[in-house]
Design a protein around this ligand. Structure first.
Ligand code: BDR
Ligand code: CA
Length: 313
């Protein structure tokens, strides 16, 4: 089978970085057409720089990187330096990128790429707030039928929220954008906190990255070392959840994951619960399913896959 053509939409972020590395290490399954940066964990100037740092770390400076939207659709940008550090990629000491940012706006790249392909052929992989994807869908609704699948990290049901008591960061930052995407009619797979909180970088798993003895293995170990301090303190967990790599791992080995096809709606009105993913996990409404909402992961299989693939870079 030929590799799936994907666009990674991202706000790196250490876990975004690992998701990108996993995709770039897996050319048999994944063909990365381009990476679009969005404001999220840190402002756009940093996410668009970090995406290029990661491509160069992977030895893939030819992957085109585009800067997209610098602010959510209807709200002020909220960032997460408290988790990811001042640069968004704190931990390793990586050189500034030498590869250039593309001139085209990220949203135009998404629109142009989808328009240039047949229906149902491009997979979108959003790893941050959904601003770029929603803007593209609003501006060019004809592209929605070109989407094979949207596999995104965001939301929560059982874990409820990590940014507010009821909202996960990516959805909280741009709930209007999330609402547009979840109502778009595109086929959606969601990696919520319910599953990513089961993908924990324990010290053994972190050592496996470090023991690769490569620049990529060392950088990934240092990245996860850095941002795990926050979650360990907050949740008392054995290590940090690797949220975003669940998206790219799903493209390679979907059997590692299981979930339910359910209805998911986004709260966009109440300030108290803004950005909540109202997921009908128990199917107590007659609202039509619009997403495969993942709930479980074979965590050992996931980390084995990740470590094996990172070893290739
Ligand atoms: C999500 O928010 C970001 O901080 C991470 O990169 C991930 O995409 C987890 O809530
Ligand atoms: Ca992210």
């Amino acid at each position: 089978m030929s590799p799936r053509k994907i666009i990674i939409d991202t706000d790196p972020g250490q876990d975004d970085a690992v998701a990108i590395l996993l995709a770039l290490a897996s050319p048999e399954e994944i063909d990365v057409l381009g990476i679009t940066a969005v404001a999220g964990n840190v402002p756009l100037d940093l996410t668009s720089k970090n995406a290029r740092i990661v491509c160069e770390l992977a030895g893939k400076p030819d992957v085109p990187v585009f800067a997209g939207c610098d602010a959510p659709l209807g709200r002020a940008l909220v960032t997460a330096e408290h988790v990811h550090g001042r640069t968004g990629l704190d931990g390793p000491n990586l050189p500034d990128p030498t590869m250039a940012l593309q001139d085209t706006h990220g949203v135009d790249f998404i629109i142009d790429t989808l328009r240039a392909h047949p229906a149902n052929t491009i997979t979108l992989c959003p790893l941050g707030p959904l601003t770029n994807i929603a803007t593209a869908f609003e501006r060019a609704p004809d592209i929605i039928e070109k989407v094979q699948e949207i596999v995104l990290m965001g939301g929560a049901y059982f874990e409820v929220g990590n940014m507010t008591p009821t909202a996960e960061f990516n959805i909280y930052v741009d709930p209007q954008a999330a609402d547009i995407v979840f109502k778009s009619g595109a086929s959606i797979v969601v990696m919520p906190l319910d599953v990513t909180h089961k993908a924990l970088v324990t010290s053994e798993r972190n050592s496996a990255f470090r023991n690769l003895g490569t620049p990529v293995g060392t950088a990934v170990a240092q990245m996860t070392d850095f941002f795990e301090r926050f979650d360990k303190e907050k949740y008392g967990s054995a290590g940090a959840p690797l949220h975003d790599p669940c998206v790219t791992a799903y493209l390679i080995k979907p059997d590692l994951f299981s979930g339910r096809c359910i209805n998911v709606e986004i709260e966009t009105q109440s300030e108290l619960t803004m950005g909540m993913t109202v997921a009908d996990w128990w199917r107590v409404t007659d609202r039509a399913p619009n997403a495969l909402f993942i709930g479980d992961i074979d965590a050992d299989g996931f980390f084995t896959l990740l470590t094996e693939r990172l070893a290739r870079l």
